[in-house]
Design a protein around this ligand. Sequence first.
Ligand code: PLP
Length: 386
Amino acid sequence: MSDYFMNTYHRLPVTFTHGGGTYLFDGNGKRYLDFTSGIGVNCLGHAYPALVQAVSEQTAKCIHVSNYFQSAVTERFAQKLVEACSGAGMKRVFLGNSGAEANECAFKIARKYSLKKYGSGRYTIVTLRGSFHGRTITTLSATGQDRFHEEFGPFTEGFTYVPAGDIPALDRALDNTVAGLLIEAVQGENGVHLQDQAYIEAAARFCTERDILLMFDEIQCGVGRTGSFLACEGFGTVKPDVVTLAKALSGGIPAGAALAGERAADTLTIGDHGSTFGGNLLAAAAGLVVLETVNNAAFLREITRKGEKIRESIRSWNKPNIRDIRGKGLMIGIDITQDAWDVLEKALEKGLLLLAAGAKTLRFLPPYTIRDEEIESGLQILQEIV
Ligand SMILES: *Cc1c(COP(=O)(O)O)cnc(C)c1O
């Protein structure tokens, strides 16, 4: 293991050389079934032919032009992305490179929207306990978990947290100092927790009544992961003002996006925001392949079916070591009685890649393209370990 990196990651003892579909291969030719997709990034699996072709062709033409010029491929990507999110009311997008950046853009939108309409002093962003919104100082501020707030202060001010599911607490928190409410439609890092329908409906009602921007962090759960293009579409008529995306957005090329609906689409204007690499041509070319593949009713139905197959299969084991299994589509959390990293290491030895989401929670974020027989062989390995 390299001494040259800062020691920020718990890295498992394997070095991959290449991949194909749902498999990754190490230098000894051993293959591993990938139930992680990076961390929900390689949503079309590894070396997906159309993605390889689009990125290769774009690389040969032009990798980057700055946002001071126009780019047909980036314009097409923005159009297709906004169209894919139009069911949730999205009208415009700002393109960046990562999830944290997308959330930073969302906070700027909420603060400026409020400042312009109501003047100063109304800048608070409310988030949920147990949330994860990124690793920059401001997105750590937004993250509602105390363990992230120990060593890096002072943090950006203007963030408060409410317990998920508690409607009266939310009602109290959304007072006249609040500009925006940011919610992960499905909490990912904290163990795959779905939001309650009645809670989201109440949140939407409060936000509409009080002109507070309702914002969904769909960096992990968006782009088809839960079986609808946006996870918030699962809440029916609830219409957010802002949605943030990243991870799966360009299938492995770094990309992030903050989308805004009618109320906030025109809040940011020239000079307000920018990103040198944001909307770069490789991410746009790759993102177009992801959108063309994923934003398709039959493809999305398959994500739902495969997710249900996994959950039903694990439930049928009736293992006492498995305390709960939950999730939506191909975003799955499993509470176990064993140490999660211990299971990850054992699974790795047997050729299965898994994620943890908490000390005793396993998380699956497999590629959407995973095949039924791959699901079965991965689950068989897991069954032997738990
Ligand atoms: C991963 C993640 C982020 C941060 O994304 P980065 O690309 O690592 O900055 C923010 N929110 C959620 C819900 C995430 O899963």
